[in-house]
Design a binder for this molecule. Structure first.
Ligand SMILES: C[S@@+](CC[C@H](N)C(=O)[O-])C[C@H]1O[C@@H](n2cnc3c(N)ncnc32)[C@H](O)[C@@H]1O
Length: 251
């Protein structure tokens, strides 16, 4: 269950800052105009989300209308994410610092887990809660994120408040010990080693009571007897469901 998070396939950050627009204006003909139109659209979408008007199928259609390479930046603008705080010092050795999962992987998980309005979504190692917010906006499912770093949580809760998303709950805690319940669990390579084993042990306790699936991005859950991997259309995403032997296995 070890992985090297530095080796993850990280997309180059896309930015819509005014500096980036000036730089791209100098090099790429009409690109700033495209970016400008998307920025305006994102600003409008932000207001529509905050008013409760943009949800579910309408939100999805709006997101998928954005050119593929611009979707992460568009989502950040819609959610109101600007500067992300630095990681706090002293993260435990097996914890991975904050890095947001790509929109492509999140949409693939929504489609292929699949996640619907009756699910309960949980992001173990939630960062700003970006995945929880996006899953909720796409599906209507209540979403919970568990995160160690208070500075990320403070910012994430502020975003949820401004967007009027009471069904997105961001909890401070260690995913290996926090109370947990849900039907879809998500891990974007948040930790490794013993920490990962302990967190999976808690998810297994839930799986003994109710059906669950796990979406894992950027790494694989190897040698977990109670889980069976299902490949997806997205190379970085694996969906896990209960293996046949899950009810007789304890780890
Ligand atoms: C790679 S980031 C993923 C963030 C988020 N899931 C996303 O995709 O946008 C991993 C996050 O897990 C958090 N984390 C690491 N160990 C944790 C633990 N034991 N309990 C809760 N959160 C943890 C880190 O602080 C970091 O924000």
């Amino acid at each position: 269950m070890e992985f090297d998070w530095r080796a993850r396939n990280i997309k180059a950050p896309v930015t819509w800052s005014s500096d980036a627009l000036v730089a791209s204006a100098a090099t790429v003909g009409d690109r700033p105009e495209v970016d400008h139109a998307l920025q305006v659209d994102a600003r409008l979408a932000h207001r529509e989300v905050a008013s409760g008007a943009l949800r579910g199928a309408a939100f999805r259609a709006r997101l998928l209308a954005v050119p593929f390479l611009e979707r992460d930046a568009w989502v950040d603008a819609v959610l109101g994410i600007e500067e992300v705080p630095d990681d706090e010092p002293g993260l435990p050795r097996e914890s991975v610092p904050y890095l947001p999962c790509g929109v492509e992987e999140i949409v693939a998980m929504v489609d292929e887990a699949p996640i619907g309005a009756n699910d309960e979504f949980v992001d173990l190692g939630a960062g700003l809660g970006r995945v929880s917010m996006l899953v909720h906006l796409l599906t209507g499912a209540p979403a919970r994120g568990i995160e160690l770093q208070p500075s990320l949580l403070r910012m994430g809760r502020g975003l949820c408040e401004r967007l009027s998303l009471p069904a997105v709950e961001l909890l401070e805690g260690d995913a290996t010990t926090a109370a947990t319940d849900g039907s879809v669990f998500f891990l974007y390579a948040p930790f490794s080693g013993e920490m990962l084993s302990r967190a999976l042990g808690r998810v297994h306790q839930v799986a003994l009571r109710r059906p669950i699936v796990i979406g894992a991005v950027g790494f694989e859950l190897q040698n977990v007897a109670w889980l069976r991997a299902r490949a997806t259309s997205c190379a970085a995403l694996t969906v896990y469901e209960l293996s046949v032997s899950s009810f007789s296995t304890t780890s």
